[in-house]
Design a binder for this molecule. Structure first.
Ligand SMILES: [Zn+2]
Length: 137
């Protein structure tokens, strides 16, 4: 079990995360899982506001960047801020994937693909279970 380097107070132990999250949220956000398509709370969600990290509350995506990709997961053309979402490239069984994580607490969010709409050409394919939503004030 690898452990994230403690960067600040938003980094908690595995047991703390387990007690704060639902089993599904824990499996996805802390263990890098993926929710089945068309089952999450946000793939078809159309609110006006900001999607935040289910673990630490960091602001991750703006609803203005959300688009309907018909994939069954919420998709965004860009993060709210490049600083809030970090990406890392993983190679597993010969397949290269770009993983998106919360910069603050390291939560697994989803993956980034290069088949998104202009102008970024990127598609942040994110698990609903890694997100909360806050209406714009
Ligand atoms: Zn977070």
């Amino acid at each position: 079990m690898s452990r994230e380097t403690a960067e600040n107070s938003s980094v908690r132990t595995e047991e703390e995360w387990r007690s704060r999250l639902s089993p599904e949220e824990f499996r996805i956000a802390r263990e890098g899982g993926t929710e089945p398509e068309f089952t999450g709370r946000y793939w078809d969600h159309r609110g006006d506001g900001v999607y935040t990290c289910v673990c630490c509350g960091e602001q991750l995506f703006d609803s203005r960047d959300k688009f309907d990709s018909r994939t069954g997961w919420p998709n965004y053309r860009a993060p709210l801020s490049e600083e809030n979402v970090r990406t890392q490239t993983n190679v597993s069984r010969g397949v290269r994937q770009v993983e998106a994580r919360c910069s603050r607490c390291g939560a697994h969010l989803g993956h980034v693909f290069e088949d998104g709409p202009a102008p970024t050409g990127l598609r942040y394919c994110i698990n609903s279970a890694s997100l909360n939503f806050a209406e714009r004030e």
